[in-house]
Design a protein around this ligand. Structure first.
Ligand SMILES: C[S@@+](CC[C@H](N)C(=O)[O-])C[C@H]1O[C@@H](n2cnc3c(N)ncnc32)[C@H](O)[C@@H]1O
Length: 227
């Protein structure tokens, strides 16, 4: 799928589904809250003296959380959905939002201390190519924080989005690949990145940090591998 095809998939209605799912995951359950809290802790413990990019920011819920923790001027958001980026910019003018067009990676020019790729990699047909592009946005001493769903059957955590696709006769699972710690290790090493820490986020239990049928996601933090 080209980036142009991707843009038609990630419509404003799709983004609203994501926004609602995130709210449910934060307010009704707590797994989305625990996920972003873990990400914030990783950044705090490692230290932060640069810019943070939330890549695939959708409605900007995580971007705003990061901004309230680290300051709006230090946090950027980016997405392939132009409409979503316009809405995010209107809502939070203190945060820099970028639309990812075909020239984004070659022309952007900014380097980040942290890039957050939360629930985006599983949407890619060629995740290795994406990770290579994303690594180009990282400072040498930077880190990539990557979060992927832990699904039983590929796409089961994207049920509303897949039903939405079915209704508009797009017979395509939005989740292209089911990732595990092993597949991520391999993909990241191909992009010259190595995992330094990881954590499983359980749907119900805050203390559980192990592979489980009822996990929400796996979050890893990876650094550029030493030459
Ligand atoms: C499931 S949402 C994740 C939203 C948010 N990051 C979160 O963790 O809740 C996936 C987002 O990734 C965006 N996306 C998909 N492919 C992308 C790509 N190649 N580059 C940047 N964003 C992409 C979509 O537009 C959508 O907003």
């Amino acid at each position: 799928m080209s980036r142009a095809d991707n843009r038609s998939t990630y419509s404003l209605f799709y983004q609203r589904i994501i926004g609602t799912k995130t709210l449910i995951g934060q307010k009704l359950f707590s797994y989305k809250q625990r996920e972003i809290q873990y990400i914030i802790e990783v950044i705090k413990v490692r230290g932060n003296n640069g810019l943070i990019l939330d890549l695939g920011c959708s409605t900007g819920q995580f971007t705003r959380k990061l901004a309230s923790e680290f300051g709006g001027a230090n946090v950027h958001g980016a997405d392939i959905s132009e409409k979503s980026i316009s809405r995010c910019s209107r809502r939070s003018s203190e945060i820099n939002y970028h639309h990812i067009d075909d020239e984004f990676y070659s022309k952007h020019g900014k380097k980040y201390q942290y890039v957050l790729l939360s629930h985006v990699l599983e949407h890619q047909e060629d995740p290795a190519a994406m990770l290579k592009e994303v690594k180009g946005l990282l400072r040498e001493d930077g880190a990539l924080i990557l979060s992927v769903p832990q699904e039983r059957i590929r796409g089961d955590s994207a049920l509303p989005e897949n039903l939405y696709n079915l209704v508009r006769l797009k017979f395509e699972n939005v989740h292209q690949i089911k990732h595990s710690l092993e597949t991520l290790k391999l993909l990241l090493s191909q992009a010259q990145l190595s995992i330094k820490e990881h954590r499983y986020i359980h749907v119900f239990w805050s203390e559980r940090d192990e592979p489980s049928f009822t996990n929400h996601s796996l979050v890893v933090c990876a650094e550029p591998a030493q030459a």
